[in-house]
Design a protein around this ligand. Structure first.
Ligand code: GDP
Ligand code: GDP
Length: 436
């Protein structure tokens, strides 16, 4: 499980700036897709190979008129409750305030590791102003500059030092089960769908041992393919059925997505695509997991609604356009067969092996078809390509002056690779690596 870091502090100290710095998208190419909501309060971060989840409380300000401790916004308390480590941000330029003391007092009661980050400290490493923050009794402060990216690495190191990051297994074993997460906001029909699956005769649910409350992972098999249904936010097993008995938790959703090979994103046809759907979709995109979109409750909408729905999916989930979209009814058991096929296809695409000679040949053919544009004195030279990872597949292109390859050219390459390998339901990352 990825560790969870919450960022707290009074307004304007730079929490959101720090959040953005820690969660900087690994995939710049997706940034210019319309509809990709970036105003999220949860994000994935990484330090080298170590991955973590960050919660920003920037949008949920404590209400200063009524006293911070009592009225510390509910969301901030929730963020702290969900976190393993808290980064408490203060502002060296504004100095220590009564609100900072209140927050410190609150954080002392939560029994979690708290790191004090003194922000806006660019050019002030030696400043005597730093010393006054020892008064908060939060240990050795970390001077940082979120805006300039200073001190962030050592702060993150300190936040992650107590966690054990096991070796990530890179290559999935042959015949290993497909790890599947069903994600979606409350009431889209997740539990109904899962219970329908587990009730189907062709789907053999292995005897489910009595699981503890917080570890749900159901192995099952369908048409000879093994699956592992992993803990899905807000679902709990009660005997042989799943029930939505828990409050929706973004952190659990993120952890389930991180733990999966394929995510089935469930939407509710009667509701259209909501902000929350778009947020969850954004998390899935960031995670690099394979994804299949199923629009549930198809039985309950008329033709007009179907049209509206298609439009809103195209607009709001444009950044997931590689994902197949299937219409289903969990209650009426309609459209479920194609969902299994789409999941298996997405998994096969996400774990496809692509050899260096084939990738290199495709690269040369693409360049022949359309060469990358010259940038001033530089003409990027694309020499060869190899596969740098799976789930998501990564293609690493080697050559010279590759930093001048435009995003639109990368998308052109992506299209060529996708077409050749028939990749569906998975993002494809293309990395440029220039030689000396
Ligand atoms: P939040 O309300 O705590 O989320 O604060 P924001 O991230 O919105 O930042 C508040 C203001 O502080 C913005 O104008 C930022 O540009 C500025 N700011 C954030 N980090 C730094 C920093 O490291 N140095 C300086 N000088 N300004 C910063
Ligand atoms: P969850 O919170 O995502 O687990 O959602 P549930 O499975 O609890 O379903 C929420 C509501 O949607 C329930 O009242 C279900 O009966 C209803 N529902 C689920 N699937 C369908 C469907 O395919 N068609 C219709 N019309 N209703 C459905």
């Amino acid at each position: 499980m990825k560790p969870v870091i919450a960022i707290v502090g009074r307004p304007n100290v730079g929490k959101s700036t720090l959040f953005n710095r820690l969660t900087k998208s690994r995939d710049a190419i997706v940034a210019d897709f319309a509809g990709l909501t970036r105003d999220r309060h949860y994000g994935d971060g990484h330090l080298g190979d170590r991955e973590f989840i960050v919660i920003d409380t920037g949008g949920f300000e404590p209400d200063s008129s009524t006293g911070i401790v009592k009225e510390m916004a509910k969301q901030t308390r929730q963020a702290v409750a969900e976190a393993d480590v808290v980064i408490f941000v203060v502002d060296v330029r504004a100095g220590l305030s009564a609100q900072d003391h209140d927050i410190a007092n609150y954080l002392r009661t939560v029994g979690k590791k708290v790191l004090l980050a003194i922000n806006k400290a660019e050019g002030m490493q030696e400043s005597p102003h730093l010393a006054e923050f020892y008064e908060l009794g939060m240990g050795e402060p970390h001077p940082i500059s979120s805006a300039h990216g200073q001190g962030i690495r050592s702060l993150t190191e300190a936040a992650l030092e107590d966690f054990d990051f096991g070796e990530e297994e890179e290559v999935p074993e042959e015949g290993a089960p497909i790890r599947l997460a069903v994600a979606g906001r409350p009431n889209v029909g997740k539990s109904t769908l899962i219970n329908t699956w587990l009730g189907e005769e062709r789907l053999v649910a292995f005897d489910m041992p009595g699981t503890t409350r917080d570890a749900i992972s159901v192995p099952f098999e369908r048409n000879g393919q093994k699956f592992q249904l992993i803990d899905t936010a807000g679902l709990r097993r009660k005997g042989r059925v799943f029930q939505a008995i828990e409050k929706f938790s973004v952190v659990k959703t993120l952890q389930a997505i991180a733990d999966a090979n394929v995510v089935l994103l469930l939407l509710d046809a009667t509701q259209g695509v909501s902000d929350q759907d778009a947020h969850i979709a954004g998390y899935i995109l960031d995670s690099g997991r394979a994804v299949v979109i199923a629009v549930n409750k198809w039985d309950a909408v008329d033709d007009y609604q179907k049209q509206q729905l298609q439009r809103s999916i195209e607009q709001r989930l444009a950044f997931l356009k590689f994902a197949p979209i299937l219409n289903i009814s969990a209650i009426k058991r309609q459209g479920l067969g194609p969902v299994w096929k789409a999941i298996a296809d997405a998994h096969a695409s996400a774990t496809k092996k692509m050899s260096t000679p084939v990738l290199t040949r495709l690269l040369h053919e693409a360049v022949e078809h359309q060469a990358p544009k010259r940038a001033g004195m530089f003409r990027p030279k694309l020499r060869y390509a190899h596969q740098g990872g799976m789930n998501p597949p990564v293609i690493v292109v080697h050559g010279n002056s590759l930093e001048h390859v435009t995003d639109s050219y990368k998308r052109f390459l992506e299209g060529r690779f996708r077409e050749h390998f028939k990749l569906v339901g998975t993002p494809l990352r293309i990395e440029m690596r220039s030689g000396k």
